[in-house]
Design a protein around this ligand. Structure first.
Ligand code: C2E
Ligand code: MG
Ligand code: MG
Length: 673
């Protein structure tokens, strides 16, 4: 200031002054702020380089529209420049310049600062007003900032969140590998985006779409992480609702054809892999049209809903009930063990649907059902094929008079119906007392005396006559009827045995066959205890015949059951030895008393050297295991003689007697005196 004044005073320059002026020039040209001198009209009397750069033009002798009233605080003006709009701040001070009143103006370009202020303001507005949650963390993933939406979504306030680890929000639904992958993507690309389950403060887990970015400063250093997320639970819910609508029947909410096809596809794949069978039942309601016609469509709809619920409640959870439209339903039965299983279900469905239905109006309606069945893999290997074959079978079932099921193949239909009929009759046989016990003598090989008997069941059918056990035991096993049948013969045998004992006949050992199912799935020990107590037959006179197949399933459990039976004092025999795995070493595991050699080994004695050797070996080895040996199915003298020479203990067979009714057996006993 001093120098300018000196200059403006018009004094002749001294050397010192010239040097000072040169320095001043240099200062003015070096300074990055603009320096101008204008007269009171705004005409530029002096400008430095920086001022011209700020205005982006030559200034000397031009007029500037700049308010020159002095002020101590900087003022702002807009700059109109060739390169665009800008901002500057300036301050002016009055001076005297070459004998006139002038102003010196210091001016600074603040365009950059203004722009970045504006951007910051915008960013801050976005940060606070966006509906996406935003969370900023430091490099240790500690939360340093959150926005309002963060609080809206997570329910954590800013104060609760800041300083906490970002894992505050973890739902626990993702494993460590998931997070490891996420962070390695961020490390690699600076970014990660995906769907993630997080947890709100209240504990609720929700899905969010999250995008995480690494923040890098100008020096290229990682400084923060920014996570932006949207709560997509609404979206998901809508999505799944839409998905449900696309795959279900709106009236019954049961799966529709589309879903059936995809389930079938999947079921076929699994059945192929596990070598399993599946059945498709196509159900059509009989007389449904009558309900619609006489009670109206609302009643019809109600009935369809009731039928849908009924079908669903009767099936296992793995089975799929669908409504294809109209009065057509399908049932997909997965993992069935034989074709008849499907017939059984079909029959149950037919019976259930034939029951009267009570509608809300109080009206009672009756309908029926016809069912077509196709099986995988027998009748088709694709969903479409199976549907077609079931449909064809359904058509035939209806043609035959409704209210029945039909398989795609005639043969299966026939055998399934025969079996079901047999089952119905067998149930009746049990309650009507049509079962009989026959006794086959067990004879001492050396003395030739009857020392016991095997009880063998017969079915005295009023129409078909005497039915042998091989015709119905397997069915009884499958249907669970074996338990009442088995209990009946046990009771009957002990009751008869006690009568013979009381009659003073020589004490006998009475053997009863126990089927695998009965052995594993009933409380045999309890049943036997009860029967022995009730009949008064001594435990040590009762022998239970078990098969290898019963013992081999769930071996450890089998040993336990045997031990408990053994503790009751009953005897345990292994039936049909030689038919199954037949490992004598294996038998050591089981607490057995006797071994019955299967008839197939006895049959070819004395013609087959092999069978004779095997029989001899079985007898010898069984004896070393301290088991009594009984030969089954002895029919000839030659067989008996062979058994005598080999030291076999007992035998059963037609050579002595076939199985006979109790009175006849008693006669045999009395005859031997
Ligand atoms: P199993 O226990 O091996 O019974 C021996 C079978 O061989 C009996 O047939 C008997 O009549 C027959 N048999 C005996 N000696 C001879 C012979 O010299 N020649 C020929 N050809 N056969 C002979 P059955 O009574 O028809 O019984 C067949 C199978 O049915 C029995 O084989 C047994 O596994 C089963 N069974 C019979 N009754 C019952 C029962 O009450 N409960 C259970 N779970 N199964 C039974
Ligand atoms: Mg037997
Ligand atoms: Mg046998």
């Amino acid at each position: 200031m001093l120098l300018i004044r000196l200059l403006s005073d018009g004094l002749p320059p001294t050397n010192q002054m010239t040097a000072a002026l040169t320095n001043l020039d240099l200062i003015l040209e070096t300074i990055t702020d603009g320096i101008l001198v204008v007269d009171d009209q705004g005409t530029v009397l002096f400008s430095n380089n920086s001022a011209e750069q700020i205005f982006d033009r030559k200034l000397l002798n031009t007029k500037l529209a700049i308010p020159i009233s002095p002020s101590s605080v900087p003022q702002e003006i807009n700059l109109i420049r060739r390169s665009g709009l800008g901002w500057a701040e300036f301050r002016s001070t009055p001076i005297e310049w070459e004998n006139q009143q002038a102003y010196v103006i210091g001016i600074r370009d603040i365009t950059e600062r203004k722009l970045s202020d504006e951007r910051l303001l915008q960013a801050a507005t976005v940060f606070e007003s966006t509906r996406e949650g935003v969370m900023i963390t430091d490099l240790k993933r500690c939360i340093t900032r959150v926005n309002r939406a963060f609080t809206d979504i997570t329910s954590y306030t800013e104060a609760e969140a800041i300083g906490k680890s970002a894992s505050l929000l973890s739902s626990g639904r993702h494993d460590a590998a998931f997070y490891a992958e996420m962070w390695s993507s961020i490390a690699l690309t600076g970014h990660w985006q995906g769907e993630i389950w997080n947890r709100r403060k209240c504990g609720e887990v929700y899905p969010e779409l999250l995008s995480i970015s690494a923040v890098i400063n100008k020096a290229g250093e990682l400084t923060h992480y920014v996570g932006v997320f949207a709560d997509i639970s609404q979206l998901k819910a809508t999505e799944s609702r839409l998905d449900f609508l696309a795959h279900h029947d709106p009236l019954t909410s049961l799966p529709n054809r589309l879903l059936l096809l995809s389930r079938l596809d999947h079921a076929i794949e699994i059945s192929l892999r596990d070598n399993k069978m599946l059945a498709l039942l196509m159900i059509d309601l009989d007389r449904f049209k009558d309900v619609n016609d006489s009670f109206g469509h609302l009643a019809g709809d109600e009935l369809l809903q009731l039928v849908g619920q009924q079908l669903k409640s009767r099936l296992r959870s793995i089975d799929t009930v669908c409504r294809l439209g109209g009065d057509e339903f399908t049932v997909l039965l997965e993992d069935i063990s034989q074709p008849e299983d499907a017939a059984r279900v079909a029959n149950e469905i037919i019976n259930a649907i034939s029951e009267p239905w009570l509608l809300l109006s109080g009206k009672e309606v009756r309908i029926g059902a016809s069912i077509g069945i196709s099986l995988f893999p027998d009748h088709g290997t694709t969903p479409v094929e199976l549907l077609q074959q079931a449909d064809t079978a359904l058509y035939q079932a209806k043609a035959e008079g409704r209210g029945r099921f039909k398989y795609f193949s005639e043969e299966l239909t026939r055998s399934a119906r025969a079996r079901m009929e047999l089952e119905v009759r067998l149930r009746r046989a049990i309650t009507h007392g049509e079962l009989r016990t026959y006794y086959q003598p067990q004879v001492d090989v050396h003395s030739g005396r009857i020392v016991g008997a095997e009880a063998l069941i017969r079915w005295q059918d009023p129409v078909h006559g005497l039915i042998p056990p091989l015709r119905f035991i397997a069915l009884a096993e499958e249907t669970g009827l074996i338990t009442p049948i088995g209990n009946w013969i046990l009771n009957e045998t002990c009751r008869q045995g006690k009568i013979w004992l009381d009659a003073g006949l020589p004490p006998l050992s009475l053997a009863v066959n126990i089927s695998p199912n009965q052995f594993m799935n009933s409380n045999l020990e309890e049943i036997i205890t009860g029967i022995l107590a009730e009949t008064g037959f001594p435990a040590e006179r009762l022998e239970l015949e078990l098969t290898e197949s019963a013992l081999m399933q769930r071996e450890a459990e089998a040993i336990e059951i045997l031990n408990r039976l053994n503790a009751l004092g009953v005897r345990l025999a292994l039936d049909d030895f030689g038919k199954g795995y037949s490992s004598l070493a294996y038998l050591k595991l089981f607490p057995l008393h006797a071994l019955k050699i299967d008839k197939s080994f006895i049959d070819d004695i004395p013609h087959h050297q092999d069978d004779m050797e095997i029989t001899a070996a079985i007898i010898a080895m069984a004896h070393t295991l301290r088991l009594k040996v009984l030969a089954e199915g002895v029919e000839t003298q030659a067989q008996l003689e062979f058994l005598q020479t080999q030291g076999c203990d007992l035998y059963q067979g037609y050579i002595s007697s076939p199985p006979v009714p109790a009175e006849q057996f008693e006669k045999l006993l009395r005859a031997q005196g």
